[in-house]
Write a protein that binds this ligand. Structure first.
Ligand SMILES: Cc1cc2nc3c(=O)[nH]c(=O)nc-3n(C[C@H](O)[C@H](O)[C@H](O)COP(=O)(O)OP(=O)(O)OC[C@H]3O[C@@H](n4cnc5c(N)ncnc54)[C@H](O)[C@@H]3O)c2cc1C
Length: 415
């Protein structure tokens, strides 16, 4: 059978656009369908907009603490509408760049909702496209629960919060995953009264427990209130939001952000079609989505246990591999060092955090970092883990001074 395209891709988020660009690199003819904005959640409503807003807040906090460093800016203040305007500009610029890259690569972009007829046929905009192979990369949507109805006016999800034009006086954030933690940092940095409500007994329950405990300390210092081990039964949204908890208490806040994870609306799958990215319901991260795309096109498997997690803000949080709570006592070695032991952290006035490395039989099995530049540090260790480089071999590397990388070097010596 003659197909019009070698590859048809539904969804242009990190999974879809990476598959398209990589498919073109490999000489495949590619048609890519997108019903909304090119770039998917990551570029338009996820990674990029949140990190752009967060950067403004980090700058504000840094300038505010400048007096200690001999920098005086007594009247520094934030203009929230300007922060949001810049966020929109950054997103628009990157989206334009991505559209151009896709066009220049020779990918055919169809701006329309697509539906699969069978494993080789896609229908979109009244046309039928026959494809040798189809990839579905349609992503995920914010999850909600009954009693937490989203109106995106007072009760917001991760999409609605990006459209706020004015800062609320107070906000309750339900869920302390990556999205909840980052928005708590954003709002608190802008002077909003923030309360984080978490069902689990620790904040950021997906992290190593020691990391969770450190975040709690950091939140306390930033006056972010935390309610743990508590479930939200209902939100009543009138002039003010009332959050009814299962312990009988009620919290009040001007706005509520529901950040309780993401879900995949349509779970039906067609045999012979590949599903990648958030739609798989596995690890819902942009780099996992794009790695899956490369894996699929190249047919080379990657180690899914070595996917880094990063939470942004000050300080950053990053981890990969095993968490301590997953390991049997005595079955591994552990070394931890405080970031305050590093000269560079004092130069930068950023001494909060630690590096923890877990090893077994001379190989690193887990790494957990709370530190400025943690997002970069994690990659150094991951390269070693991916390539089975032993702790002893890593110690032979010469680490530059003064850097946060020296912290990795020093931690290795404790193993
Ligand atoms: C607030 C927030 C912050 C985040 N921050 C990070 C971060 O810092 N780092 C990180 O790694 N991840 C982050 N993520 C997660 C990341 O955004 C997702 O993991 C990533 O976008 C998944 O990519 P994807 O390609 O699978 O799907 P998506 O990015 O969701 O893209 C799917 C695309 O498919 C389109 N589509 C769906 N159905 C159809 C159809 N029938 N026809 C045509 N098009 C269709 C959609 O319109 C969408 O554009 C964040 C998410 C959120 C919400």
């Amino acid at each position: 059978m003659n197909f019009k395209y070698d590859l048809g891709i539904v969804g242009s988020g990190p999974a879809g656009y990476t598959a398209a660009l990589h498919g073109r690199r490999k000489g495949l003819s590619v048609v890519l369908f997108e019903k909304a904005e090119v770039g998917g959640v990551c570029l338009n409503r996820g990674c990029i907009p949140t990190k752009t807003v967060l950067h403004s807040v980090e700058l504000l906090e840094e300038v505010k603490s400048g007096e200690e460093l001999g920098i005086y800016a007594p009247d520094v203040k934030a203009d929230f509408s300007k922060i949001i305007e810049r966020k929109n500009q950054v997103v628009a610029k990157l989206r334009k760049g991505l559209e151009l890259s896709l066009k220049n690569s020779g990918t055919v972009i169809i701006n329309s909702e697509a539906a699969l007829k069978d494993k080789n046929t896609i229908e979109a905009g009244g046309e039928v496209y026959s494809c040798g192979k189809i990839i579905v990369a349609t992503g995920s949507e914010p999850r909600t629960f009954s009693g937490m109805e989203i109106d995106n006016i007072n009760v917001l999800n991760s999409d609605g919060v990006l459209n706020l034009t004015e800062l609320p006086k107070s906000i309750a954030i339900i869920g302390s995953g990556a999205i909840g933690i980052e928005w708590a940092r954003i709002f608190a940095g802008l002077g909003v009264d923030v309360t984080v409500i978490e069902l689990a007994e620790n904040l950021l329950p997906i992290a190593d427990t020691e990391v969770s405990k450190r975040i709690e300390r950091i939140f306390k210092a930033k006056k972010i209130k935390v309610c743990k081990s508590v479930k939200v039964d209902r939100i009543d949204s009138e002039d003010v939001c009332r959050i009814l908890l299962n312990n009988g208490k009620t919290l009040e806040a001007e706005k509520v952000l529901v950040a309780v994870g993401r879900t995949v609306p349509d779970k039906t799958k067609i045999d012979g079609v590949d599903y990648i990215g958030d739609v798989c319901g596995e690890i819902q991260l942009a780099h996992y989505a794009s790695k899956q795309a490369i894996e699929l096109i190249d047919g080379i498997k990657f180690d899914k246990t070595l996917v880094p997690s990063v939470i942004y803000g000050n300080p950053e949080i990053a981890w990969a591999g095993k968490r301590e709570q997953d390991l049997d006592e005595g079955s591994y070695q552990k070394s931890t060092m405080l970031i305050s032991a590093l000269g560079k952290s004092h130069c930068d006035n950023s001494t909060d955090g630690f590096i923890k490395i877990l090893s077994k039989d001379g190989k690193i099995i887990g790494v957990h970092i709370v530190s400025k530049e943690a997002s970069a540090l994690i990659q150094e260790v991951l390269i070693a883990m991916q390539n089975n480089i032993s702790v002893d071999k890593l110690k032979e590397v010469c680490f530059a001074h003064p850097t946060y990388s020296e912290g990795i070097f020093e931690t290795l010596f404790g193993l």
